[in-house]
Design a binder for this molecule. Structure first.
Ligand code: G3P
Ligand code: CA
Length: 244
């Protein structure tokens, strides 16, 4: 069965990467959530997609230039001004704490393709160990050096190759860097890639799958999971396919 991951939470219905979006994903019955982490100036793991604050929050400048005490005051509901609860920037530890009350899987995307955020792998790993989430967290990144770093320090945590270009034989590449999964941009996903990846014993989870036709295709092809902004629609489609 294709798992359904709420991309940045239920981001079609609530401000992305906020507790409001994560809680909405849980409410509709998603199997997992995806979120993005960056490092603050004082080394805290904060959940936000962009390196800069402007698009999603009422703050300005780079995340890396602010201490957590300053970022903690911000509201991240720019796209959904009518949502007024659970709209702060969460720390990763806040999300993990909330996950103690559910069974969701969490894909932590390390957003270190723009800035290195030295030590981000160790910090995320420490939190995974603290919460015993070895089986509940998947680490992905567009920075594949970071994935290999994570593999070195935590051979037991799943890593996934995130990419948006037309990688040749991506399952072979994933094996070469000892990742267990690929997370391709949907534009790059040919049927043969799905088949070969699954045959090689790896997982494949395309992003971001928001059209119903695409959802059906990836489910029918047996993808391990999809990332979608709209987990509610994806769940309905999955249920429809199971009832056929
Ligand atoms: O992890 C899948 C997807 O989230 C990667 O792209 O830009 O939405 O973080 P982006
Ligand atoms: Ca992401």
């Amino acid at each position: 069965m294709t798992a359904i991951f709420a991309h940045r939470g239920f981001s079609a219905a609530a401000p992305e990467n906020t507790m409001s979006a994560f809680k909405a994903a849980e409410r509709v019955g998603a199997d997992g959530i995806e979120l993005d982490v960056q490092l603050t100036k004082d080394g805290r793991l904060v959940v936000i997609h962009d390196e800069k604050l402007e698009r999603t929050t009422n703050g300005r400048g780079f995340v890396k230039d602010w201490e957590w005490k300053d970022l903690a005051r911000l509201q991240a509901n720019r796209k959904f001004p009518n949502v007024t609860v659970d709209i702060g920037l969460p720390l990763l530890e806040d999300v993990f704490e909330w996950m103690t009350g559910n069974a969701l899987i969490c894909n932590v995307e390390l957003k270190n393709n723009e800035f290195d955020y030295e030590g981000i792998e160790e910090k995320v790993l420490a939190l995974i160990r603290q919460f015993n989430y070895e089986e509940r967290v998947i680490i992905s990144s567009f920075n594949h050096y970071s994935l290999t770093r994570m593999r070195q320090i935590a051979p037991d945590i799943e890593t996934a190759v995130l990419y948006s270009s037309h990688l040749y034989m991506p399952w072979k590449y994933a094996e070469a860097i000892r990742a267990q999964a690929i997370h391709p941009n949907i534009r790059t996903v040919k049927d043969g890639i799905i088949e070969e990846t699954l045959n090689a014993g790896l997982s494949i989870r395309p992003y971001t799958v928001n059209k119903t036709k695409q959802m059906k295709r990836f489910m029918e092809k047996g993808c391990s999971a999809i990332f979608t902004d709209d987990p509610q629609t994806a769940l309905a489609i999955r249920q429809g396919l199971r009832n056929q």
